[in-house]
Design a protein around this ligand. Sequence first.
Ligand code: FEO
Length: 163
Amino acid sequence: MLSEKMEKAFNEQINKELFSEYLYRSMVAYFESLSLSGFAKYYHVQADEEHEHAMKIFEYIHTRGGRVVLEAIEKPKTEWNGPLDALKDAYNHEKFITGSIHSLVDLAIELKDHASNQFLQWYVEEQVEEEENAVNLIDKLEMIGESKNSLYLFDRDMGKRTK
Ligand code: FEO
C-alpha cells in the first residue's frame, strides 16, 4: 500500500507530466504557425511520450492500492521568440522535471518505499535521455544560425521522429 505522502507526490508528478504534454502540444501549434511542420511533428511525438509518462504513474498508483486525483493543468505558454527560444524552454522544462523526479526518489528512500524507488529508476534514466535530446537540438539549431536552407533541412529531419 502506498503511503499518503508518496501517493500525493505521485499525483503531483502526474500533473507535471500532463503539463509537459500540454506544453509540447502548445509548441506544436506554435511551430505550425511558423510552417515548421517537422518541428511540429517532433513535439507531437514528444507530447505523446509525456502522456505515457503520466499514465505509467497513473497505473502504478492503482497497482499499489492508491487513489489517483487529477488536478487542473496550468495553461502553457503559447508564444516564443523563435524556434531556438522554444527549444531552450523545452530544455529548461526537462531540467525542472528531472529535479522533480529526483525529489520523488529522495522521498521514496526517506519512506523506505523500495518498490517506488525501483519504479522511479525508469524515470531517472528517461530524464538523462530527455535532457540529452533537448541539448542536442539546441546545439544543432545554434549551428544553423540564420541559414534558412539549413533550417529547412533540419525541419525535414525533425519530422522523421516516430517515437
Ligand atoms: Fe516526462 Fe519529458 O519528462
